[in-house]
Design a protein around this ligand. Structure first.
Ligand SMILES: [Mg+2]
Length: 313
């Protein structure tokens, strides 16, 4: 495999000319793909029993359990292999917790993305973020660049297959602080699939910009193609841990490894430091929480995850 042939910085400079809004993908773009696989999913497995026991009487938790029970009953009737039933009625709390936990782990083993599963996962992650046991992981350039772009009047949005609520939690409880205010809005797959152009047309209509004035940033070429088919601009983001891009994709799209490359201008290094804000840490190389390791930029892109769509929170 050849080293990625990125377009030059001069070309990248044109990426922001006339852009009024930027729409960001999350996994593989602002956040390592491994965050979901190595942090969020294991958190659910390791904490579900305790979470259910502690929050069993909570109305939202009960609603999520009921939904999982109804799904399991339906799937048992349909003879779905391995479906784990959840007792209702007069079953003890312990038995229900145990069955829900088994059901959730069985669904996760099969990499299922059912609405019922996502609902309970979402409640567990909310608890994890709010108790500060989990922080939304961001590549080191993300926070400072989002602040800078917002400050410059560019409207920022998210389009991810993670629910809008999950997106907000990640950015509100990020490793770089609360970034809630930089965003003008959030979109998830209730708007449509990320690989269909209609979704991007809808987003443009909701944002209220001409599609051509909106830039979509993602790691997945099929999503970039759909955005372009919807009339938007798009650039591919190459991050450590992402799947390799083909030469064709590298040729067809502008590709960036850091958001400051949107400017194609070295002077912006200083701007980024300036916009790192009061804590001033975001661009420091000694940042010990840093996930977006600059030293790894060469030869990265190995991805042992065969998941076609890594955006799966
Ligand atoms: Mg992605």
């Amino acid at each position: 495999m050849m080293a990625p042939q990125k377009r030059s910085a001069e070309e990248a400079e044109s990426l922001l000319v006339g852009v009024r809004s930027i729409v960001f993908d999350i996994e593989g773009t602002t956040t390592p793909i491994s965050f979901v696989k190595d942090t969020l999913f294991p958190y659910v497995r390791n904490n579900i029993d305790g979470f259910l026991t502690k929050n069993f009487e909570n109305a939202e938790v009960q609603k999520a359990i009921t939904a999982l029970r109804d799904l399991a009953t339906k799937e048992k009737e349909e003879k779905v292999e391995g479906a784990v039933e959840i007792p209702g009625g007069d079953a003890s709390k312990e038995d229900v917790v145990k069955a829900v936990s088994e059901n959730v782990k069985w669904q996760m083993d099969g990499d299922r993305k059912t609405t019922e599963l996502k609902a309970l996962q979402g409640l567990i992650w909310k608890d994890a973020y709010e108790s500060k046991e989990v922080k939304g992981e961001l590549f080191e350039d993300v926070g400072p660049m989002l602040k800078m772009l917002a400050e410059e009047g560019v409207q920022l949005y998210v389009f991810s297959s993670g629910s809008v609520e999950a997106q907000k939690l990640l950015f509100a409880n990020s490793s770089q602080g609360d970034l809630t205010d930089v965003f003008s809005g959030h979109f998830d797959t209730t708007t449509g699939s990320k690989t269909e152009s209609a979704s991007y047309k809808k987003i443009a209509a909701e944002i209220g910009n001409e599609p051509k004035d909106i830039l979509f940033l993602t790691d997945i070429p099929e999503e970039a193609e759909a955005a372009v088919a919807g009339g938007l601009r798009s650039a591919l983001v190459i991050r450590p841990g992402n799947a390799d891009l083909t030469d064709e994709h590298l040729q067809n799209f502008a590709c960036i490894e850091r958001f400051d490359e949107l400017y194609g201008d070295e002077d912006d290094e200083d701007d980024i430091k300036r916009f790192a804000g009061d804590n001033g840490e975001a661009d420091d190389d000694d940042d010990d929480e840093d996930e977006g390791d600059e030293d790894d930029e060469e030869g990265e892109g190995d991805n042992d995850d065969d998941d076609e769509n890594p955006d799966d929170i």
